[in-house]
Design a protein around this ligand. Structure first.
Ligand SMILES: [Zn+2]
Length: 176
């Protein structure tokens, strides 16, 4: 399956644009695989059960190590974004250094709070579906991208790719 086939089901792939723009940057756009689509769909499935339609999954290799869904209403906690919930679930069963080889999949590009947490945890790879610019057409967003956050962090060493299955993630905002 080539990349074009892989991405036929969803959204605009940002990898090419990112590579072209940041060819010299140390943040490489992650190579996306069929497994990435599988795990992203798990994140989107989490989003379907969330208070606001955002879901996240943390994996290492082929193993799902933590799931998260936006729980800001049920927890009465405005910081209970999907990525934060997944990070806390991960830490309940793992040590912080175990983040080193993980990938976080998020149905929406992480906000600055979540991206800060992702960077502080040392998560190796981030793959998101809908971009902040896309999300901002449906729900309030802080207009700072995950790439801007990573670029502003001298010690961050991670791969970021966006746009995978973004159409599927955005569809959730159109359901009552
Ligand atoms: Zn967030």
């Amino acid at each position: 399956m080539d990349r074009r086939t892989l991405l036929a089901g969803g959204g605009t792939l940002l990898v090419a644009a990112t590579l072209a723009r940041d060819a010299h940057a140390r943040f490489k756009a992650a190579e996306l695989t069929h497994e990435d689509s599988h795990f992203m769909q798990l994140a989107i499935d989490q989003a379907k059960e969330a208070d606001y339609p955002f879901g996240a999954v943390i994996i290492e290799g082929a193993r799902v190590l933590a799931l998260g869904r936006n729980s800001s209403k049920r927890n009465a906690d405005p910081t209970a974004h999907a990525e934060m919930v997944a990070i806390r679930a991960f830490l309940s069963g793992h040590e912080p250094q175990d983040f080193k080889h993980t990938t976080l999949y998020s149905s929406g590009e992480p906000c600055p709070m979540c991206m800060g947490a992702i960077i502080w945890c040392g998560i190796r790879r981030l793959v998101y579906a809908a971009s902040i610019a896309e999300l901002a057409t449906k729900i309030g967003q802080i207009n700072i991208t995950s790439q801007q956050m990573a670029d502003a962090t001298p010690f961050a060493d991670m791969e970021i790719a966006g746009g995978l299955l973004s159409g599927n993630a955005m569809q959730l905002f159109d359901k009552g």
